[in-house]
Each structure stands twice: as C-alpha cells, then as structure tokens.
Design a binder for this molecule. Structure first.
Ligand code: PLP
Length: 429
C-alpha cells in the first residue's frame, strides 16, 4: 500500500528583517544604535533591503563607498589580486603597497606613507609619530578641537573633542586637550611646554560638517612652525576627493595666497581610500618620514596586496572618470537645491554647510514633530528619510550629513532633493 505522506505545513512567512534583527539581538554586541533596516545588495548609489525595497544612498557608508556599490572595477581588482596574492605580512615587500604609497605621496607632497586597517589606527600612528618627535624633549601633548572626532580606540576617544565618546571609559589616555575649532587665538593660548602637535579635521564631520577657514589653516601652519609643533590633519572623512580636491585643505586654500605651499606634517586617511575594503593610511612629511624606524610601529594586515590593489584601482577610476570634478559639480548642485529647500521651509531648516560631496543640512531647533523623548531630532529625520526611500546620516543632534558616492549622477542628486523636500514638507504634520 502506498504510504500516505502528510503535506508539509505552509512555510511560515517571516519578515526577513525580523529574522536578521533577532540574530543581532542574540549574538552581536549592542554598541551601535542601528536603523530598522537590513540591507542586502546595492548598485551605484542605490541600496536594496532584504525585503526588496530600494533606497537612494546619500550616506555612502559614512563617506566610504567612493565608487558607490558593486562597482565592477572594485570587483575586478579584488578578483585579479586575490587570484595572485591576498596577504604576506609586512615582513616582505609587495608591489601594490609601494605603488599606492607612491600615488598618495604624489597627490599630497614629499613624504612617506604607512598603511593601517582603519581611520582610528591611522590616527594612532600619527599620535605615536608625534610622541616620538617630542620624546627627547619630554613633549607629548597633542591639542585637538572641540567637536572633533578621531576614532574609537583609547587614544582616539581621548583625542576626540566630544564628551559622549569618553563617558564610561575613564581614565582617559593622558596627553590630549581640546580647543575651540577655527579659533586660532585659543589654540595659541592652549600651547604648553609639553605640547608637541596639533590635530584638526579639514572639515569636521561627526561634529556637524564644519569646514576650517583659510585663516585658521594658514595660521595653524605658522603657529606650528613658530612653536616647533607637528601639524596633523585628520582627513579620514573629508579626504580622498570628497571636497573636490584630494585633500579638503587643498580645496579650502585653492587659489589663495599661501595655498600652494601649505603642507601639514601628517595626514590620516581611511574610508574612501578603500571604497569599502577596510584600510587606512597616514602620510608623513619628508623631514619626519623616517622617525618611525624599523620595529617602532606596525600592524599585521596594513597595506596588504589586496587592500592596496583596491586602493590603486579606486584612484585610477577617480582620475579616469573625473570624479573630483563630479564631486565638485554634484556638490554644488546638491548645495543649491538644499539651500532652495531651506529657503522654502525656514521654519524647519537653518542652512547648509560643507564642501563638494560632504554636506550638512542643519535642522531648526525644537521642531515639534521631531521631539521624542530619548531620540535626537537628526536621527528621527534620518528615519523619516529612510521611510521615504533615501539614506542620510545624522551628525550630532541637529545636522544631517550627505556623504554620497563620488560618482553620484545628476538624476541621483535630483531624486535626493525631491525626497528631502518631501520629508521636510511633512515635518509640519
Ligand atoms: N577620524 C574621522 C574624522 C572620522 O570621521 C572617523 C570615523 O568616522 C575616524 C577618524 C575613525 O575611523 P575608523 O572608524 O575607520 O576607525
């Protein structure tokens, strides 16, 4: 007799998002405040969630995805290099690391590079460089700025000029003090006999998208020369052509007196350098380039052939596709559009800041529809943007950051402006 097989029960249709969130709740350290969104794949400046919904990505993975998502050149570089050599350690020479260092030196100025795995580590390297520089004179203190962000390592949070990142992790690593940004007189006054370096972002990112002024940058250079301090620039977020120039200070100073000759003593990089492949680097100016001699600093993975092949490919595409110009042009287009939206809705928007494709949109204070106990208005606005089909990133309580791919198209930018205006108009509700 034929065995009767009972029909299988209908599959439990589950929301994919809930399944993934459960995995996180059970297994992932809850150190991030995440949006209610699980992403599955992307193409260019668009992302798709696990339920198939499409979003315009104006956050670019927090200024990382320089070529957008799933760029064929990155795939090609990964495939080609990984079929040859992924990793060998820094006990040996590999060509991609040497070539990427050469390219970065060419874009900045005479000096040398060290490769790390992240922005925080790139900054750690610069802190060590500064300590080495001042060691024999007993100088070690590094001045940074209020509202700065320099990473989440112990020295990174000590260097960061925001109390919220330090809370609960005291005592802080000694040797860091914070001074008002864009205030040259305050910086001069803060210098002590122990001071060895000053670190600033060319455009403060996490702190709310605030560019340095021309006078500040030139004044810091002169001050550092006068007091024998290293001038360190954290370009992790604002660098790599985001401003329209390779370095944001180059964009800020372009065309003006002193701009051509301006060079910091150290620059940290990450994010767009690898376009999503985790890597960081610091550049150090020629006179100090050999301070970190053999055995004084290192990391297992830094500058792997795979990472550097990707970094080289990204530079090649940026040059070939004129993405610095695109960042400038699309940045201008977005900025004008945002300024118009701010003009149309002055009760909700305070204004627009930034350079190129690093823009900040400031919300007016105390918008009634964005007042929710325990939630920041910028995060609530970003959530509304997500519901409307676009991703933006909060920077502090009242600023939204736009850090899209450098190859953002004009139709992407138009789509972004339409969604932003729609969300702003609904703030009245
Ligand atoms: N410096 C700046 C200016 C940053 O914006 C960030 C990250 O957002 C960092 C350093 C830290 O970089 P990472 O997260 O790669 O360690």
């Amino acid at each position: 007799m034929k065995e009767i097989v009972p029909p299988s029960p209908p599959p439990i249709v589950r929301n994919q998002f809930e399944t993934i969130r459960e995995l996180f709740t059970k297994n992932v350290v809850p150190s991030y405040g995440r949006f209610e969104l699980a992403l599955s794949h992307g193409a260019g400046s668009h992302l798709f969630d696990v339920n198939g919904r499409r979003y315009l990505d104006l956050g670019g993975g927090i200024a990382v995805c320089s070529l957008g998502h799933a760029h064929p050149a990155i795939t090609e570089a990964l495939l080609e290099q990984s079929s040859k050599l992924v990793h060998v350690s820094n006990l040996y020479y590999t060509e991609p690391q040497g070539r990427l260092a050469e390219a970065l030196v060419g874009l900045i100025g005479p000096g040398k590079c060290f490769f790390s795995n992240s922005g925080a580590e790139a900054n750690e390297g610069l802190f060590k460089l500064a300590r080495k520089f001042g060691h024999d004179e007993g100088r070690f203190e590094i001045l940074t700025t209020i509202n700065s962000f320099h990473g989440r390592t112990l020295a990174g949070i000590a260097a960061t000029g925001q109390e919220k990142v330090k809370k609960g992790f005291e005592p802080m690593t000694p040797g860091f003090r914070h001074v008002a940004y864009n205030d040259l007189a305050a910086m001069r006054n803060a210098i002590s006999p122990a001071t060895v370096a000053i670190m600033v972002e060319g455009i403060q990112g996490e702190g709310g998208v605030t560019p340095a002024t021309v006078e500040y940058l030139l004044g810091l250079r002169a001050l550092c020369d006068e007091k024998k301090l290293l001038l360190l620039v954290d370009s992790v977020q604002c660098g790599h052509f985001r401003s329209g120039c390779f370095q944001s200070y180059q964009r800020i100073l372009e065309g003006g007196p002193g701009g051509e000759a301006f060079l910091p003593d150290g620059i940290s990089m990450a994010k767009s350098l690898g376009g999503g492949f985790p890597m960081g680097a610091f550049w150090v100016r020629a006179p100090y380039a050999d301070l970190l001699s053999a055995g004084t600093h290192g990391t297992t993975y830094g500058g792997s052939p795979l990472a550097c092949a990707v970094g080289l490919k990204i530079l090649e595409v940026i040059e070939r596709e004129k993405l610095a110009e695109n960042a400038r042009g699309m940045g201008e287009f977005l900025r004008e559009g945002l300024e118009q939206i701010a003009k149309n809705h002055p009760q909700f928007l305070r204004g627009v800041r930034g350079l190129g494709l690093m823009l900040g949109l400031e919300l007016a204070p105390e918008i009634p529809s964005l007042q929710v106990e325990g939630k920041l208005p910028a995060a609530l606005f970003a959530r509304r943007m997500q519901e409307a089909g676009a991703l933006v990133i909060p920077a502090g309580p009242n600023v939204l950051r736009l850090l899209p791919a450098l190859n953002l198209t004009s139709s992407d930018a138009e789509e972004g402006l339409i969604i932003i205006e729609r969300v702003v108009a609904k703030l009245a509700a």
